[in-house]
Design a protein around this ligand. Sequence first.
Ligand code: PEP
Length: 246
Amino acid sequence: MSKKVVIGNWKMNTTIDEAINLVIDLKEGLGDNSTIICVPYTHLGVVQEIVDDRIAVGAQNLCQYENGAYTGEISSQMLQSLGAEFVVIGHSERRTHFNENDETVNAKIKQALLSDIVPIICCGESLNLRQSGEYLPFIEGQIKAALGGVDKKAALDSIIAYEPIWAIGTGETASADQAQEVHAFIRKLLRSLYDEETANHMSIVYGGSVKPSNATELFQQKDIDGALVGGASLNASDFLQIINAL
Ligand code: PEP
């Protein structure tokens, strides 16, 4: 059965002091629950030192190359050495602002796997594609490209995040039915790319303006295993409410 999980994506937010306070607040309110927080690179070391075993730490990106003359880049080995267990790959903000494409996304996933870091693989359509009705073939293309050359063993523990671009940071959420349609489609695709076991085991989370007010309905859908949360993950109370909803 797929693992249920709420993942925070802090994006390019928080100073180190704000990050520490946020982690303290999360620890205070988490109770028996657990979560994953994907923090800025600069915060990985400090955050890793103050979390407990209820909070796993991840990064938001990594370099597609192993090491060498790539000034300013961060490798999967560097992330691993700081204790990062997860990494967001192919977020639409990276595809839009930093020219990432299906090829770089696939290369980054393979780098993450080489260092035993679980990739959180993002996919999702633009508003134009949604309105044209062509979104399912587009998402199929993104996932096939992302998972090209990734074997079953590696795929099993990977996480897929369906994030319609028109719902990210806009306050507009996909309806529970819209999200469920795509999640069921992705699960079926995983069945055809791998097998029943892989499709049932892989977590498929939804991202796009998830808030305390819409989380419960989304989480009630059969194929929604949790959420990738941007804005609301910066507010401990909101984020904890979303985790509780799961
Ligand atoms: C995200 O950053 O992945 C995201 C879904 O952001 P938000 O929750 O702010 O829409």
